[in-house]
Design a protein around this ligand. Sequence first.
Ligand SMILES: Cc1ncc(COP(=O)(O)O)c(C=O)c1O
Length: 449
Amino acid sequence: MEPSLIKQHRSLVTELPGPRSRELERRRSAAVAGGVSSTFPVYVAEASGAVLVDVDGNSLIDLGSGIAVVSVGHAAPRVVDAVSDQVERFSHTCFMVTPYEGYVAVCEALNERTPGDHDKRTALFNSGAEAVENAVKVARHVTGRQAVVVFDHAYHGRTNLTMALTAKNMPYRDKFGPFAPEVYRVPMSYPLRDPEGMTGEQAAGRAIEEIERLVGADNVACVLIEPIQGEGGFVVPAPGFLPTVAAWSRQAGALFVADEIQTGFCRTGRWFACEHESVVPDLITTAKALAGGMPLAAVTGRAELMDGVHPGGLGGTYGGNPVACAAALASIRTMEEEGLVEAAARIEEVVGSCLRSLQRDHPGIGDVRGRGAMMAMELVRPGTLEPDAEATRRIVGACHRSGVVVLSCGSYGNVIRLLPPLVIDEALLAEGLEVLSGAVSEALSDGSD
Ligand SMILES: Cc1ncc(COP(=O)(O)O)c(C=O)c1O
């Protein structure tokens, strides 16, 4: 592949956001709905690999990948070629009217790559939320049941049903109700905040007891879970939690649905996060990294379930758009040919060791967790579990002003998460982490820590 044309370095020529970004921000406020926010209003002119170049000529290190989307890097050469080629041939027919090979090839790739060697089928959509909605449609249709079980801290999207499935009120749900009915929330395994010594199996027992109390096992259409929670704070359940919940679901005749929209496609050091505990979901939702930046999402599942819905019951005008499918095939090829599963595991070592060393110095870092290139630290008031959202904001702000894009998350807004493109250079990652370490030391060494 051609080397990227944008130098993989950090270089600041103005303060951030610079004057052109600030000017665009003024235009934006007169044109763009206020409900759409941006974490870091630096306007991007171009990007490649792990570097964003803004309209003022600053080069920023991207440790967020557009929220786990550009795992293959910005403007990944195979994706750029495939998209350009496809868009010249045709950009849309609507698969529901006249089909094309790319859609079929993406479904084949997903059937082959997702956990389990059973017969599978896939349907394609535009966004993660749409995939989750469709997984629930399939689950309800084939089980003839209505209840959907979700977990504390879950995030599944912003449409009406997925708002109901999402846990956090502000900003996702506040005053947007009424929400879709037949959604039941139960406790997640959250090792930092669970009673000390609680095992994954015990946490699963707690959740199952609650399901049986709230809804009754034989009313559950599906149990929907992120194997590592994303927006909810990169919560990695204790070992044993996922397999126990999956086994209970099967026994109860409910579908076990893994939402791997954020964790999927090499991000956690496996193709899918369920593989860490050999869990095979009945249905799996994917999006984000699937298509290297083009909007595409999927539901993949057991053939008898996915084929259990009548023709025309699933679909949409743009679902499985041919340009997005070409991008997906190129992304998947990039992941295979560039060994991005292994790259994510290497990133875990580097980022994990940096975050753990910061934790040793700063009691305000209550936890370091994650898998692969999906790592986070949770900030607390020293000696307590009280969330420190203020320190989180200060650290994120300082990183941004220094040209390093990091993101926060968590039900309490006190988790800093790192999601670098899996193709990031070692030196660039080290520089990004150095900036983060400086920001942490400054924020947590002011006498309060
Ligand atoms: C686990 C998970 N599910 C669903 C979604 C919703 O995806 P989208 O924003 O593409 O609708 C997200 C987005 O962050 C996610 O992380």
